[in-house]
Ligand binder design. Structure first.
Ligand SMILES: [Zn+2]
Length: 250
């Protein structure tokens, strides 16, 4: 298919998928390429759970924010390489809210994890995997793209889906981890010590977008459609409380 024909075809797809707000971006989307040397790590199911619970622990034990606590872990070559939570800059008072609203200058968990790693210089965020308790916002999407992180796992919804859509457009893998299913499984089995993963609910992880070498815009549009559908089912706030509590009570 010629490029012109392809763009025409993709624009039609946006209408078919009810994504006409993206029609104007089709030319730009066909030009995007993955970073050179892109690699995505294969992560075991139990490691996904361990890292997300670790991210929750940072939010629970360190974060002073009252409205929403977020934890983030950067993971590479089978181990966590950095961590972060949302909060004020170091040396600033730990108040994240004023009159119930988040104040300007609160740094998001993802940014804190990336900057902490860059400062330490112990590893590179390139080709690492981000585990974040709440889906990233559009600003953090830019930082994730710049840092060349290859995959993002999230549990709770953020009020806007735009951050996740940006990741998909840029060819970064996106997965949803349903930690409620993990805590339900824990309660049901009351297992001590090592888990029996044979009976584990495999659908606790949903692939929203799996990165491919070629820039398949149609596939990206389908993934954006999918993530918007997941978002439709949840209202901000009630999803947050339900999943946050579930992960903590496990
Ligand atoms: Zn953010």
């Amino acid at each position: 298919m010629s490029e012109e024909k392809n763009i025409k075809y993709l624009k039609k797809i946006t209408e078919k998928l009810d994504l006409s707000d993206l029609t104007d971006q089709i030319e730009m989307l066909t030009q995007i390429h993955r970073p050179k040397d892109f690699t995505e790590e294969n992560i075991r199911m139990d490691d996904m759970i361990i890292q997300m619970e670790y991210a929750y622990n940072w939010a629970k034990r360190r974060c002073y924010a009252k409205r929403r606590k977020v934890g983030a872990i950067l993971y590479k070559n089978g181990r966590p390489i950095s961590s972060g939570f949302n909060g004020t800059k170091s040396g600033y008072p730990n108040n994240c809210e004023k009159d119930g609203s988040t104040i300007a200058g609160v740094i998001h968990a993802e940014k804190n994890a990336i900057v902490k790693l860059l400062k330490a210089g112990t590893d590179s965020p390139k080709n690492s995997t981000l585990f974040v308790t709440t889906a990233n916002c559009p600003n953090c999407a830019e930082e994730i793209i710049l840092a060349e992180i290859s995959a993002v796992y999230f549990t709770e919804m953020y009020r806007s889906v735009v951050g996740l859509e940006e990741l998909i457009k840029n060819g970064i893998s996106v997965y949803h981890l349903n930690m409620k299913k993990v805590s339900d499984f824990d309660k049901k089995t009351e297992s001590e010590g090592l888990y029996d993963y044979k009976n584990f609910p495999k659908d606790f992880v949903t692939t929203i977008y799996k990165s491919k070498e070629e820039n398949n815009v149609e596939e990206k549009l389908n993934a954006i459609k999918r993530v918007r559908e997941i978002y439709k089912d949840y209202k901000d706030g009630d999803f947050h409380d339900k999943f946050y509590d579930a992960a903590f009570l496990a």
